[in-house]
Ligand binder design. Structure first.
Ligand SMILES: Cc1ncc(COP(=O)(O)O)c(C=O)c1O
Length: 423
């Protein structure tokens, strides 16, 4: 196998391409004059604060879009995905010492949001879907468990049915982290609408962006009100209508009108982007199906997958690394998911403040709390299946701006490397 890599990567065989691939989802190509005009109009109006003119708020309009997309009764725009998770967790009542099961493979913010609420992130294994393994969720439940946080990583819908079933059986709440999968579906339902609360990030590298931003959706009025109170210390003044929740202190996770306006234009692009990424993913999938020694990733709901990347697995981490090295030598962008020589903020073993149970100077929670299980420990090899799966995975990024030649080059590169490494 080494010989194959040498021949391809170093020995000067002509690479498939030397052309740069567009590898980010968003960027200038996915934004146009409409976005510029929408933001400029807000600036010209002088109304940047969302509660200044509630009747004409672009933030409210964006919330309405998310309500319509998900079918949820309530939506709350916030300043970021982490803020959305914090408000969502507060919304479902997560507080000091409450355990929340988060996947071992997710952006660190999923765990940090739990800590900020005084809760304890309990790390669950992923399976070959690359998302939370419902069977391991069951193993991680304790009397302190309050909620499960499935994260739809890389646009892949988690297998929500068994997760919801475990939650129902153990009387747990479900908070979906939809940051990386806006517009994705699971069995005909929009992601974010399946659990008790759904939280989105609208940061630049997501399916759609508001520059920075986030969104919370829920069907439960009380969850919405608690989230809204947490998102603004003066919420009870902006919205003095009848509420079911008594006011409590919040902070500032408000979205502003420029973000709202940008988000509204971007929202209109979601379906077009996903139609294109799904078509590209299918072409690549078909083009590399059946190659020797590689197993294609199978999402829990192929129809609902956002199509923003395509993963496949090799038999060992070494093989995956060789494969990636050879693909890159061919000019094809690809990444292995674990052990790339740099700490990765998406893999639990690199989450230093979780592994070491430190809160810096911020506050002692949850580790000093008497409501926390003091015998709980963390260590970098606590989820070996996750590290094994990520180690064997190779990921091809997909952008809606790929042209047919990029798709052909990607397929050609994977086929060439697979053939060389099999010989
Ligand atoms: C899975 C996941 N959760 C949460 C976040 C946090 O979102 P934000 O950066 O908007 O705070 C991100 C952002 O990258 C993410 O990918």
């Amino acid at each position: 196998m080494d010989q194959g890599v040498e021949r391809l990567a170093i020995d000067g065989g002509t690479p498939i391409t030397t052309e740069a691939f567009p590898t980010t989802m968003l960027g200038p190509a996915a934004m146009g004059e409409e976005e510029v005009e929408a933001v400029a109009a807000v600036i010209r109006s002088g109304k940047l604060f969302r509660f200044l003119d509630p009747e004409n708020s672009r933030c409210t309009e964006l919330e309405n879009h998310f309500r319509a997309m998900t079918g949820c009764q309530h939506a709350l725009a916030v300043g970021g995905g982490t803020g959305a998770l914090i408000c969502g967790l507060v919304g479902i009542g997560v507080g000091e010492g409450d355990e929340v099961i988060v996947p071992a493979y997710t952006y660190i913010a999923s765990a940090s949001a739990v800590l900020i609420c005084g809760g304890v992130p309990v790390i669950g294994e992923i399976d070959e879907s690359l998302t939370l393994d419902p069977r391991d969720v069951e193993n991680k439940i304790t009397p302190r468990t309050k909620a499960i946080m499935p994260v739809h990583m890389r646009g892949i819908p988690c297998d929500m049915e068994p997760i919801l079933e475990v939650a129902r059986r153990h009387d747990l709440l479900v908070i979906e982290d939809v940051s990386q999968a806006c517009g994705g579906m699971y069995k005909g339902r929009r992601l974010g609408a399946l659990g008790d609360v759904g939280c989105f990030s609208l940061q630049q590298f997501k399916v759609m962006t508001a520059g920075e931003g986030g969104m919370i959706v829920t069907d439960q009025r009380e969850v919405f009100e608690r989230a809204a109170l947490r998102h603004d210390s003066a919420m009870c003044f902006w919205n003095p209508e009848d509420t079911v929740v008594q006011p409590f202190p919040g902070e500032n996770f408000r979205m502003n009108e420029m973000e709202g306006a940008l988000g509204c234009v971007q929202f209109g692009r979601i379906e077009g982007i996903l139609t294109r990424t799904r078509a590209i993913q299918k072409q690549i999938r078909d083009g590399i199906a059946g190659l020797p020694n590689i197993t294609l990733h199978e999402p829990p709901d192929p129809e609902g997958d956002c199509g923003i990347s395509l993963a496949f697995f090799l038999d060992s981490a070494d093989s995956a690394k060789h494969f990636v090295k050879a693909l890159r030598a061919e000019g094809v962008p690809a990444g292995s998911m674990y052990d790339q020589g740099i700490p990765d903020r998406h893999i639990y073993c690199y989450w230093e403040y979780v592994m070491k149970q430190t809160s810096g100077d911020a506050h002692g929670w949850p580790w000093t709390s008497t409501r926390h299980d003091a015998s709980r420990t963390y260590h970098p090899d606590m989820c070996p299946r996750t590290l094994d799966i990520l180690g064997r995975a190779v990921v091809l990024p997909i952008s809606q701006t790929f042209e047919d030649r990029h798709v052909a080059l990607m397929i050609g590169g994977v086929r060439k490397v697979a053939a060389a490494l099999a010989s």
